[in-house]
Design a protein around this ligand. Structure first.
Ligand SMILES: Cc1cc2nc3c(=O)[nH]c(=O)nc-3n(C[C@H](O)[C@H](O)[C@H](O)COP(=O)(O)OP(=O)(O)OC[C@H]3O[C@@H](n4cnc5c(N)ncnc54)[C@H](O)[C@@H]3O)c2cc1C
Length: 310
């Protein structure tokens, strides 16, 4: 099918794009990589009268280090940065390893060549990887609207099914991922029927160990189990103060699967199957995250052993 007719604009600056949004209001839609919006238009699920194409706005495509402030050691990724560029960035691999590990799971290389980092965040598909990892990594989003810029933390940005804190006249400019503190490890796991398909369930896990190998904090965020990325603060919190032993990790995974995450049933998987996936993926992700956190501690100043430690 072909989309309904629309008026097309290709601004060359953010200010020009914002002026078009202000002029056309709810009739207008921003076009990024078009990998979600164009299929939706072809199926007539979206019928914007005006398309504002962001592809000529060069200032929105970048990956930069953050050297100062609370996010020092992290990276900023411009909204129009292609997913493939993020996947291949040495800076992202070094400073935001959770993102680097996740990117190959987003669709197929052909789609990542067009699809943008910001487009995926703005689209807020509950089955998408990028929103879940942004939440797990403690990212924040810089948005520009009629009243200027504002930063929105990821846990206030993703509001529900294809719903974000973006207002109709807002444009997502960039995403900031904070540097990982010392002793932090992360891991991403998902199960899809075929590589590149949307996952039936997935999890992003982070663990921070103190200098004697005790878990200081952990985060668990899931995709494809609800209407938005879903965190499991209870299971993650139960790890605090513990050593990341197989029993401790297994108990946290059980808690996430059976007490916190309530997956829905759809044509891809039953709720019971998803619950099983949540438990297995959580266990696997936590083991990997803990192993990497130990490695990071050793690499960054050593890991003291106390009497009685395993
Ligand atoms: C066959 C196929 C398989 C896929 N599989 C996966 C998958 O496994 N995992 C996954 O996560 N995704 C998957 N996708 C989606 C893909 O990752 C998209 O690229 C992504 O969801 C949207 O990014 P985009 O740049 O294409 O945005 P677009 O489709 O251009 O836009 C999406 C929405 O975001 C809005 N928007 C875009 N940029 C901005 C901005 N800067 N500010 C405000 N609003 C903005 C648009 O107005 C639109 O509403 C798949 C797509 C296809 C076609």
């Amino acid at each position: 099918m072909k989309p309904p007719t629309f008026e097309y604009h290709a601004p060359r600056s953010v200010e020009e794009a914002l002026a078009l949004l202000a002029e056309h209001g709810l009739d207008a839609k921003l076009l990024a990589g078009g990998q979600s919006l164009v299929p939706a238009m072809n199926f007539r699920l979206a019928r914007p009268a005006v398309l504002v194409d962001l592809n000529r706005i060069e200032e929105l495509a970048f990956i930069r280090p953050v050297e100062e402030g609370p996010a020092a050691g992290g990276v900023r990724i411009g909204a129009m940065t292609r997913q493939r560029a993020v996947e291949r960035s040495a800076l992202v691999t070094e400073r935001a390893p959770l993102i680097a590990e996740t990117m190959p799971h987003v669709a197929h290389p052909q789609i990542r060549n067009r699809g943008t980092f910001g487009g995926s965040a703005a689209h807020a598909d509950p089955a998408a990887e990028i929103p879940a990892v942004l939440l797990a990594a403690g990212a924040r989003c810089r948005v520009r609207g009629p009243d200027g810029d504002r930063w929105i933390p990821a846990d206030e940005f993703f509001l529900g099914l294809f719903a974000t804190a973006l207002q109709p006249e807002d444009l997502l400019l960039e995403v900031e991922l904070p540097g990982q503190g010392p002793g932090t490890g992360c891991a991403f796991r998902e199960i899809a029927r075929r590589h590149g398909d949307y996952a039936m369930a997935g999890v992003a896990a982070t663990i921070t160990l103190d200098d004697v190998g005790t878990i200081e904090r952990a985060h668990l965020v899931y995709l494809s189990v609800g209407g938005a990325p879903v965190a499991a603060p209870g299971a993650a919190g139960s790890l605090r103060g513990e050593k990341p032993t197989p029993d401790v990790i297994a108990a946290a995974a059980r808690r996430a699967a059976h007490e916190e995450i309530e997956p829905m049933e759809d044509m891809h998987a039953s709720a019971a199957y998803r619950t099983r996936l949540v438990e297995i993926l959580t266990r696997d992700a936590l083991h990997a995250a803990a192993e990497r956190a130990r490695g990071d501690r050793v690499a960054n100043g050593g890991h003291r052993r106390r009497e009685g430690d395993e």
